[in-house]
Design a protein around this ligand. Structure first.
Ligand code: C2E
Ligand code: MG
Ligand code: MG
Length: 595
């Protein structure tokens, strides 16, 4: 028979292969609470002696199997050693009961049995036993089984409660802490607060530099936040334990801070400011130099809610207000914000799923010759068929999509759908006119537009001459120097480029002539008042003259009346688009124009 000291040696050898981190967890295993259920007290006594010899200290023993389950429920042991053969209530019965209990079902259970019969073992396994030990107990085997079972539990507990990437408490743990704080605040009548943090434009970094860089950045951000919360005046009482800084990682790029007891609400502001400040210095994940900011939404309990869900929702609303203000700021939840924001938040959530649910659709508006009325092109315009709200216009959902950084996906979807539509029309043997697709500055900024466009064209087999891209003047001007390069790369793909809403941005003419563009679309605000505002007529004339000298096509947008059209004819503008000829229409209606 192995002696106890033999067994200790073998476990030391195993431990050499563990990381330092795991090792420290194993050091703590002897602090585990071990429960023994056996109708013969002498058996439990033996086991206890063996385990005490290797350092375990906390034991609960019971010989009355009838009371065993209740004791497990009240003591919540880390592991149970369970005898099978007992009068009245057997080990099988107890095992069954524990596995059926919502709170106790993951309690590790090791079965003690003198039976060598396979059927008994199979039955215990089926009922959810974690391991077996033969009777009489072999001490070395006992120590090994207990250690392995406890180690698995430690690991499982860690996974269930902590975030693997940052080592911070995870969402579930945060909610548990919040639940506890809310109970306490009700009983003791004090206030507390939840701060939700969201990294601004994190997705952009993740998309452009890759998730590895994103992960390292998140780890660095977590480290800075821990420092700033640990050494702050208000929360300075927190010690080394990370869960005690109140900080958790509750989602991809979302963190939350729980301030469980506050003397006064004014205490929150310096903390929020310190959080923003802590991210100011550059980050250096994998040799990149990055600057990142965050937005903070703040809800106070019990004032803004005394339940987990309402409180988190209100912190979310405050957060989206901070985002709307451009990020890098904090925002308290206040009553007045409520109804409008809830509707907006709900719609934003719906939008995330809109494409997958097939709720997005492309409409097409004809572009026609000013003099002959002949169809010479079309513009693809997106519509959202919301199940409850009906047709939602892009004027409403594009800004929502921007908030949640969904525009690149939306743009890609629009371009792809338009190309698929062109293929369908070609298959029907229709005469094809170039269709323009709108692209936002977000897709442009991330530079991924070139690859995306190339992919879609390759996959669909649509020739580049059949599509055009429209970018607003302000989108190009926002970052003119960098954008010129992307524009040239698109040109190399054979794509024609158009500047949308021309006249509303801040183009300098000197830049315009360096952009490889083919077309200007005069903004509808000029056309709408071309007959009533002499200055607008003058602007349209100037644009036409300039475009002529740069050899650019001009499209007048928003022509609604015959009179407006006649002015354009007299100015010798060649193309227009507007309700006067047709509103944007579904694909099957546009097909009639092609015929
Ligand atoms: P835009 O690209 O300047 O599109 C022209 C807008 O003017 C369209 O509004 C069109 O329906 C409207 N319009 C056309 N003719 C007339 C007219 O005679 N009178 C008036 N009052 N309006 C006219 P829509 O479809 O609501 O789109 C608004 C904006 O949303 C678009 O302006 C574009 O910037 C954006 N957008 C639309 N679809 C998409 C898309 O698929 N992707 C992206 N990124 N943006 C889109
Ligand atoms: Mg457009
Ligand atoms: Mg426009």
């Amino acid at each position: 028979m192995n002696t106890l000291s033999n067994n200790l040696n073998s476990s030391e050898i195993d431990q050499n292969e563990l990381s330092a981190d795991q090792e420290s967890q194993f050091d703590n295993l002897t602090g585990a609470k071990i429960m023994m259920v056996d109708d013969e007290p002498i058996n439990s006594e033996m086991v206890k002696i063996f385990l005490e010899e290797v350092g375990y200290e906390h034991f609960i023993t019971i010989d009355d199997s009838v009371k065993a389950f209740d004791l497990i429920a009240s003591e919540k042991p880390d592991v149970v050693l369970l005898d099978l053969m007992m009068p009245e209530v057997s080990g099988f019965d107890i095992l069954k009961q524990v596995r059926a209990d919502k709170k106790l079902k993951y309690t590790p259970i090791i079965i003690l049995t003198s039976s060598t019969d396979a059927e008994t073992k199979m039955k215990a396994l089926r009922l959810g036993a974690n391991d077996f030990l033969g009777k009489p107990v072999d001490p070395s085997e006992l120590v090994l089984r207990i250690r392995n079972t406890l180690a698995a539990k430690v690991y499982q507990d860690r996974l269930a409660h902590f975030d693997v990437l940052t080592d911070l408490p995870n969402r579930q743990t945060f909610i548990n802490h919040l639940d506890w704080a809310l109970h306490k605040s009700k009983k003791e009548r004090f206030s507390g607060s939840v701060l939700k943090l969201d990294l601004d434009r994190f997705k952009e970094i993740n998309d452009t530099l890759g998730p590895e860089v994103g992960d390292v950045l998140l780890q660095e951000v977590a480290r800075r936040l821990i420092e700033c919360l640990r050494y702050g005046d208000t929360v300075g009482r927190f010690g080394e334990d990370l869960s005690q800084t109140g900080l958790s990682r509750i989602g991809g790029n979302e963190f939350a801070v729980l301030l469980p007891s506050l003397r006064q609400l004014d205490d929150i502001v310096p903390i929020a400011e310190r959080i923003l400040q802590s991210l100011v210095a550059a980050f250096h994940p994998q040799q990149h130099e990055l600057y990142i900011t965050c937005s903070v939404g703040i809800a106070v309990f019990p004032r803004d809610g005394h339940e987990i869900n309402s409180l988190l929702k209100h912190a979310d609303i405050a957060l989206s207000h901070a985002k709307q203000k451009g990020g890098n700021c904090y925002q308290f939840y206040a009553d007045g914000l409520n109804t409008k924001s809830v509707a907006r938040l709900k719609m934003t959530n719906d939008l995330r799923k809109a494409a997958d649910r097939g709720e997005l659709e492309m409409y097409y508006q004809p572009k026609v010759n000013v003099h002959t009325g002949q169809l010479i092109g079309g513009e693809a315009l997106m519509r959202w068929n919301h199940p409850k709200l009906g047709l939602v216009s892009p004027g409403i959902f594009i800004p929502l999509a921007e908030d949640i950084n969904l525009l690149p996906e939306i743009d890609e979807w629009g371009f792809q759908t338009t190309c698929e539509q062109l293929v369908e029309w070609l298959k029907l043997g229709k005469r094809i006119v170039p269709i323009s697709v709108n692209i936002t500055s977000q897709s442009f900024r991330q530079g991924r537009v070139v690859g995306a466009v190339r992919n879609v064209l390759n996959k669909s087999g649509v020739a580049p001459k059949h599509v055009k891209l429209e970018l607003t003047e302000s989108a190009i001007m926002e970052n003119a120097k960098e954008n010129i390069e992307v524009l040239y790369r698109l040109k190399e793909e054979g794509i024609k480029l158009s500047i949308d809403d021309f006249g509303t941005g801040y183009s300098s003419l000197s830049y315009l002539n360096r952009f490889p563009i083919d077309e200007l679309k005069i903004d509808q605000s000029f056309i709408g008042s071309i007959l009533t505002e002499p200055s607008n007529l003058a602007i349209v004339k100037a644009i036409l003259a300039m475009a002529g000298s740069l050899d650019l096509h001009v499209v007048a947008e928003g022509v609604e009346t015959k009179e407006q059209l006649m002015v354009l004819q007299s100015l010798n503008c060649l193309e227009y688009q507007g309700y006067y000829f047709s509103k944007p229409v579904p694909a099957k209606v546009f097909l009639e124009f092609l015929s």
